[in-house]
Ligand binder design. Structure first.
Ligand code: C5P
Ligand code: C5P
Ligand code: ZN
Length: 457
């Protein structure tokens, strides 16, 4: 992969003007930030755009623009063999067939690595940045925010594979710190009861989703909820307080028969940005990633990009505003999805949210749904929504145990979407597609057939 990064670095050096095309999620924005900062340092002429996916409209526009070089980050593997008229480089981590191997395409799947947990889009972009100049190692923290934003730490409760090398770069550069800690979201900024209320991996039986039970647990453990007027967060606790909460949760999990393996998922490696202030959204890679998701998924990628590039003034303020809207939309979206009737087929389950959920957050909502206590984890979950353009967006999420049995959602989605003149792809554990409206039934049939073939019983 290092050699491939060097080859791409040479293409960049030999280009005058470069247009970056990146994805609208946290991994996409961090990838875009790494690419643009790298080019700025090289004094290249560059521009950037953020897209939901590489569809016909995006490609048509690129074809009409005549760039010296187009740098696709966190997307692009699907078109690596197409459009020779676009001079391109690709730093991506989505599943791709072997024929998409090319000197301009850096993707872990082409090197026997799994892009769902060993390297993210921002990670692949970082490798090229580092090949251009080792001084760019200071951008490693952004690559880790991208990896964590893509849930690459989910499989092993820590980052693995090439990601580990990037973490080490970050530590060496004084940009990152790692710490074994509770894995729940919101350690820096969420009031303690909210941290527990939204706990999903692992779920805490009788506690997750129940505010009164969370408050009762904290009271029983004699944890002070407030410092003056301010709600205390996880990072405000001392070691002994943390230990009391952790051992209580572990006991609850074990006594309800959840097993040792589930209980150990409570703790994992957490990634902290050393240069950021403790107790802020930017200090913890998970919270940072959610902040970025609050921007580009709502058409405001510039806000996320500027925060990645170091703004701590007006852009950060704007990002924090967007964050509260995003949180609200997720809560509402989840509620909406839960009210929709969940349909079960032999090999998958799905819901159709119609116009009720934004197409840019349906993936996150589907993921949250699959994490809920009362959902069947033996079947992959698909969520459909209408898009603004009159198409249908569909997101799918599955558990690691289904993937271990052979499930590959990306292959199923890319095949079925192609048949319907749509586009789709992703990873074995998470995939997405856009298809024409009215084709949902056909899509479901094809995906189901494919899943049936994949799964080993
Ligand atoms: O577009 P991209 O590849 O960056 O997004 C990866 C997606 O896969 C994210 O939505 C993430 O939530 C999902 N994922 C997952 N479980 C994993 C790894 C990734 O749900 N173990
Ligand atoms: O959009 P969603 O979060 O459901 O996407 C899940 C995964 O599928 C992401 O990695 C995303 O980049 C990928 N995807 C894709 N092609 C699409 C839609 C999503 O490769 N048309
Ligand atoms: Zn990604």
């Amino acid at each position: 992969m290092i050699r491939r990064a060097n080859e791409i670095a040479t293409i960049i050096r030999n280009s005058k003007e470069i247009h970056i095309v990146t994805h609208i999620d946290a991994d996409g924005i961090t990838a875009g930030a790494i690419a643009s900062e790298t080019l700025r340092r090289l004094r290249k002429e560059y521009s950037l755009e953020c897209v939901k996916q590489l569809d016909e409209v995006v490609i048509k526009k690129l074809l009409s623009e005549d760039h010296d070089l187009v740098w696709f980050t966190d997307l692009g593997s699907g078109i690596s063999t197409q459009y020779p008229e676009i001079k391109k480089i690709i730093t991506d981590h989505h599943e791709c067939p072997p024929e998409s191997d090319a000197l301009f395409h850096l993707n872990p799947h082409l090197f026997g690595r799994d892009g769902s947990f060993e390297l993210s889009g921002s990670g692949a972009t970082y490798l090229v940045s580092k090949a251009l100049n080792p001084k760019n190692k200071d951008l490693s923290a952004l690559a880790i925010v991208g990896a964590v934003g893509d849930l690459q730490d989910r499989k092993f409760c820590e980052l693995r594979g090439v990601n580990t090398e990037i973490v080490n770069d970050g530590i060496e550069e004084g940009m990152l710190k790692t710490m074994k800690d509770i894995r729940y979201f919101g350690k820096e900024t969420r009031p303690l009861s909210k941290l527990l209320q939204y706990a999903s991996d692992p779920l805490i039986p009788g506690i997750s989703g129940r505010e009164d039970a969370c408050l009762a647990l904290l009271q029983e453990q004699q944890i002070r909820l407030k410092d003056g007027d301010r709600w205390r967060t996880w990072v405000d606790l001392d070691k002994e307080e943390k230990r009391r909460i952790i051992s209580t949760i572990i006991q609850m999990l074990l006594s309800k028969g959840f097993g040792y393996q589930t209980a150990t998922r409570l703790l994992g490696e957490t990634y902290l940005l050393s240069k950021e202030e403790e107790g802020t959204v930017l200090h913890d890679a998970k919270e940072f990633a959610t902040l970025l998701n609050s921007t580009a998924r709502y058409g405001q990628y510039e806000v996320g990009l500027q925060v990645c590039l170091g703004d701590r003034g007006k852009w950060l303020k704007e990002a924090l505003n967007l964050l509260s809207g995003h949180r609200h939309n997720l809560v509402e979206g989840l509620q909406f999805a839960r009210e929709e009737k969940l349909q079960k087929l032999g090999h998958l389950q799905y819901f159709h949210a119609g116009d009720g959920i934004r197409d840019t957050i349906i993936g996150i909502v589907t993921n949250m749904m699959l994490n809920a206590e009362d959902i069947d984890k033996e079947l992959p979950l698909l969520g459909f929504v209408h898009t603004e353009n009159g198409d249908v967006k569909v997101s799918a999420r599955a558990t690691q145990s289904l993937v271990d049995r052979g499930l590959d959602l990306a292959t199923a989605f890319s095949k079925a979407a192609k048949e319907l003149n749509g586009v789709g792809g992703g990873h074995n554990i998470a995939a997405g597609a856009t298809i024409p409206k009215g084709k949902e039934e056909e899509f479901l049939r094809m995906v189901e057939r494919e899943i049936q073939l994949q799964l080993v019983y």
